[in-house]
Design a protein around this ligand. Structure first.
Ligand code: T46
Length: 136
């Protein structure tokens, strides 16, 4: 899907467990300026419901599982993240909705920019209006 793809990171496995290294710009398609994580989401809660204008991000589910619906004016997909060595890259003008957070799930997000509320499009009609120019 346009501006949206899975990234497979290294999974270094030995008898001590698993280790996944992520190096900015080497393993990510952008320079990482910010990280945040989402934890302790109660059952039935949905998050997201927005797009970004400039932001690039990689979402990684470090524990448990989380579903992400990604949409643009032409396509829609649901991706389940449940492997800490897989990241979901989401670029500009992709609408995202997160749901079905399993108990104890942990979502780590690597972001290309510092937090800027003006970069968010939280209204779906406005999103369609702006995105249609890109996806036509
Ligand atoms: C995204 C998905 C995957 C900050 O103050 N700094 C930050 O870096 C972030 C990300 C959020 N906030 C504040 C803004 C809100 O008052 O934290 C509050 C919750 O943010 P929001 O409702 O946007 O959370 P989600 O889970 O809907 O979306 C987040 C990211 O905001 C968004 O960029 O793509 O995770």
């Amino acid at each position: 899907m346009y501006n949206c793809s899975l990234i497979k990171f290294k999974d270094i496995t030995d008898k001590y467990g698993h280790l996944t290294p992520i190096e900015s710009k080497i393993d990510t398609p952008f320079e990482v300026k910010r990280i945040y994580y989402i934890t302790r989401v109660k059952q039935g809660i949905t998050r997201g419901f927005h797009s970004h204008r400039k932001l690039h991000q990689v979402l990684i589910c470090l524990n448990g599982s989380i579903k992400i619906r990604v949409k643009n004016p032409k396509e829609e997909e649901v991706v389940e993240l449940n492997d800490p060595s897989i990241g979901l890259y989401i670029g500009p003008y992709v609408w995202r909705e997160m749901f079905d957070f399993s108990e104890e799930s942990v979502l780590l997000v690597l972001a290309s920019e510092y937090y800027d509320e003006n970069d968010y499009i939280r209204d779906y009609d406005l999103y369609l209006k702006e995105a249609i120019k890109i996806y036509r």
